[in-house]
Write a protein that binds this ligand. Structure first.
Ligand code: 13P
Length: 246
């Protein structure tokens, strides 16, 4: 279902106390808007205790395996048993620092869907690829690999996040036109792989230095359905401004 979504990705930030304060401030500032916060694994239980139905709680990763001797990993079954609704899959930081491959991303997407957790599938090019002008085929390959063997019904329960790596944490944002170009292109890939209705219903959010100042411009674009927000999701007022710009 195509919906408007602002998702916070807290990454490896906040103590438990800071997390609680952040949620309290968010609740205070929200009217009838809703949002998703993808918090560190260690904070999921505590955050779930204090959110209300305007704030859904997500995780930032999951293991590609079902269960067993995988020290330090967290399975989709564990996330499901906590009632986690969303999980970020294939973030560029996981691809860059933890060796996550397209094939692992595909397996993780399937693990999430098996447990009724919505995967927020990340794609996005490095600066060199953008400069070379080959970013569209690069993104097409990431999307095709991530969605491999997924049925139409499965893909209907996915969210895609376009996060150009050069815009993450750099203060540099893709312009609204650059975001729209890629989002439109991704919708076209979904249409080719599935059909027009599936493409029209796909939620595609943008990530990469989204701030209060640029959110409204990005959200005006036809194919930008919301944002995946890193740094600005750690400050309640900044995150609230982005949510309210949607
Ligand atoms: P920033 O908003 O800090 O650039 O991070 C974006 C991101 O990686 C969200 O997943």
């Amino acid at each position: 279902m195509r919906r408007q979504l602002v998702i916070g990705n807290w990454k490896m930030n906040t103590s438990i106390d800071e997390a609680i304060n952040l949620i309290v401030d968010l609740k205070e500032g929200l009217n009838d808007e809703s949002t998703v916060v993808c918090v560190p694994y260690t904070h999921i239980g505590v955050v779930q205790e204090i959110v209300d139905d305007r704030i859904a709680v997500g995780a930032q990763n999951l293991c590609q395996f079902d269960n067993g001797a995988y020290t330090g990993e967290i399975s989709s079954t564990m996330l499901q048993s906590l009632g986690v609704e969303f999980v970020i899959v294939g973030h560029s930081e996981r691809r860059a620092y933890f060796g996550e491959t397209d094939s692992m991303v595909n397996t993780k997407v399937q693990q999430a869907l098996k447990k009724d957790i919505i995967p927020v599938i990340c794609c996005g090019e490095q600066l060199e690829t953008r400069k070379e002008g080959s970013f569209l085929p690069f993104i097409e390959n990431q999307i095709r690999e991530a969605l491999k063997n997924l049925s139409k019904a499965m893909v209907a329960n996915c969210v895609i996040a376009y996060e150009p790596v050069w815009a993450i944490g750099t203060g540099e944002t893709a312009s609204a036109e650059q975001a729209q170009e890629v989002h439109r292109f991704i919708r076209g890939i979904i249409e080719n792989l599935y059909d027009k209705s599936t493409a029209d219903h796909m939620t595609i959010v943008y990530g990469g230095s989204v701030k209060a100042e640029n959110a409204a411009d990005l959200f005006k674009e036809e194919d930008v359905d919301g944002a995946l927000v890193g740094g600005a999701s750690l400050k309640a007022n900044d995150f609230l401004s982005i949510i309210k710009a949607l």
